[in-house]
Write a protein that binds this ligand. Structure first.
Ligand SMILES: *Cc1c(COP(=O)(O)O)cnc(C)c1O
Length: 356
């Protein structure tokens, strides 16, 4: 028997989420963002669910090439652009669309020769201060690109820092509006903006986290109305049960102390599987149809849960760490992080299965 831990990737959930998103943002085109190996779900696994996407957005050439080899003929967008001038040969060969955010990239494009038309996402730094040309230098960058004969479509791309927060998008949108008279297609919105800021949708949106059924804000309640489905379930089993007395402690550092006689279950899942080590006591684990509170520090390979209120739980009972019944956002919130981090941190040692 293998160790009972398993990640289940729900392919149909990804397909469903993509259809939901497309309906919500229609008529904007949807880029399916699959960086970080499809947010931990596996690019090759989710690929069959992406057929209706307008394009696929990612970071690595190796992934882009894999998709072309799997027969993906629609656009592929390199979100960080290319990393050295030689990469332009790959961009041309595989007909990839690329972000352009820096002067050296403009120069590389000016100096290169292309067989195919090149589609550029010219990145405007509208306030995130991570990638892109400042508003003051944007027009010049655009003019340089426009006179390169092989440059075909130029899209204005920008990225929001606060689309899920009260600060919102308004300051950045006012900088983006400086360029509205250019009539460039716009590609601005991530998941948060696409859901909550309709004015940002423009021609194309770039959605990652909601494709996988988790919330851009980190709070599952914020996306409940959109009926998205979790695309990953991390599950394991109870491998031991202990009856402990008031005053007994559980696990490393004796972090948890029982205040009454309790039943404690040990589950085969630890931080080396991708479960957050800093999850505090009380973080929910879904067992036998209910939430049971974590009790004691997460070990490398195991975690411990108070099952005193869950008489049905025993050795061999399945436990869902997150997924279909327990939103990853809920676990992440307890652990002081976001669903993105938990999903992308799923460890390589966890066996993965896919279901429709
Ligand atoms: C990751 C990323 C996205 C997708 O972000 P989500 O919040 O997961 O939707 C969009 N655009 C860029 C540039 C990104 O790097």
């Amino acid at each position: 028997m293998p160790r009972p831990i398993q990640a289940v990737i729900h392919i149909d959930a990804v397909r469903h989420n993509l259809a939901q998103i497309s309906r919500i943002v229609s008529p904007s085109l949807v880029w399916a963002v699959v960086k970080a190996d499809a947010y931990g779900h596996g690019i090759e696994r989710v690929f069959p669910a992406l057929a209706e996407a307008g394009g696929i957005a990612l970071l690595d050439f190796a992934d882009a090439i894999k998709l072309r080899e799997r027969g993906w003929q629609k656009p592929i967008l390199l979100l960080e652009g290319f990393f050295q001038p030689q990469d332009l040969a790959l961009i041309d060969h595989y007909q990839l669309s690329t972000a352009v955010h820096s002067d050296w990239q403009l120069k590389a494009i000016e100096d290169a020769s292309f067989i195919h038309p090149l589609n550029v996402y010219l990145k405007l730094n509208s306030g995130m201060n991570r990638l892109g040309f400042s508003p003051a230098s944007y027009l010049n960058a655009l003019q340089r690109l426009k006179i390169v004969p092989q440059v075909h479509n130029i899209t204005l791309m920008s990225h929001f820092s606060d689309a899920d927060l009260t600060a919102g998008i308004h300051q950045q949108m006012s900088r983006i509006a400086l360029f509205s008279s250019l009539n460039l297609p716009h590609c601005l919105a991530n998941s948060a903006a696409a859901l909550w800021e309709p004015d940002t949708r423009g021609d194309e949106v770039r959605c990652g986290i909601i494709l996988y059924g988790a919330s851009p804000s980190g709070n599952y309640a914020d996306i409940a109305e959109f009926a998205l489905k979790p695309a990953m379930t991390l599950r394991s089993e109870i491998i031991a049960v202990h009856h402990i007395a008031a005053g007994d402690t559980v696990g490393y550092g004796s972090r948890f102390t029982a205040d009454k006689p309790m039943r404690v279950a040990t589950i085969a899942c630890g931080y080396a599987d991708g479960y957050p080590r800093h999850a505090p006591d009380g973080t929910p684990v879904w067992i036998a149809g209910q939430r049971c509170p974590l009790a004691g520090r997460i070990s490398m390979d195991m975690l411990t849960v108070d099952i005193s209120e869950c008489p049905a739980a025993d050795i061999g009972t399945p436990a869902e760490l997150w997924g279909k019944y327990l939103p990853v956002d809920e676990v992440a919130m307890h652990a002081g992080t976001i669903g993105y981090e938990l999903l992308t941190a799923l460890a390589a040692r966890v066996p993965v299965v896919t279901t429709e």
